[in-house]
Design a protein around this ligand. Sequence first.
Ligand code: ADP
Ligand code: ZN
Length: 210
Amino acid sequence: MNLILLGAPGAGKGTQAEVIVNHLSIPAISTGNIIRESLRNETELGLKAKKYIDEGALVPDEVVIAIIKERLLEDDCKNGFILDGFPRTVPQAEALDAMGVVIDKVIDIEVEDEKIISRLSGRRVCKDCSASYHIDYKPSKDGKTCDLCGAELICRKDDHPDTVLERLRVYHDQTEPLIKFYKDRGKLFVVHGQEKVEDTTKLTLAAIEE
Ligand code: ADP
Ligand code: ZN
């Protein structure tokens, strides 16, 4: 099954992606994680992307399209995949069509802006493995280091309040049109994000089994 997870930054796409990975044994591909990894490794891509990410802007379409094109050719995508954070603009969705990629379902995780703001400002991520926590809703065991690998937890630069508002603005402006794009194609499944992750998970699993 080829899936897309759609939703505002901080809607919980990454968490739901992990659930589906375990359920369907297909890989999750996060353009955000791929870009942040290139930033850490200071590759050409990382250098190109840095200024956009830090400002809460989108990385140019041609850059992310090239990343996805290459990634989807890898062996582990043969039986399906979950795209987390791609497409984020209509041209990116059209690029998938042009690659001949057939999408089975698009799961749109809907969360109100106010909740997004509180979730992102309290989000902490592991500096090494990118595992994600929240100071109130999902603290790590000691509140300071990653439960999985022990590395330090940090606040992503683009989770600082001003940047969060800009990311939300960009989401409404550039990404939200994809809801109609996929609805018109009969692919859209809406999941209302719940207070508890487990409750959202149930809705997500119901949507992929529908
Ligand atoms: P979130 O969903 O929390 O905003 P991501 O980790 O998906 O975070 O993305 C972080 C940043 O990486 C985005 O703000 C953007 O700059 C860049 N990025 C990720 N995916 C894309 C994409 N498909 N198109 C353009 N930029 C992207
Ligand atoms: Zn870690």
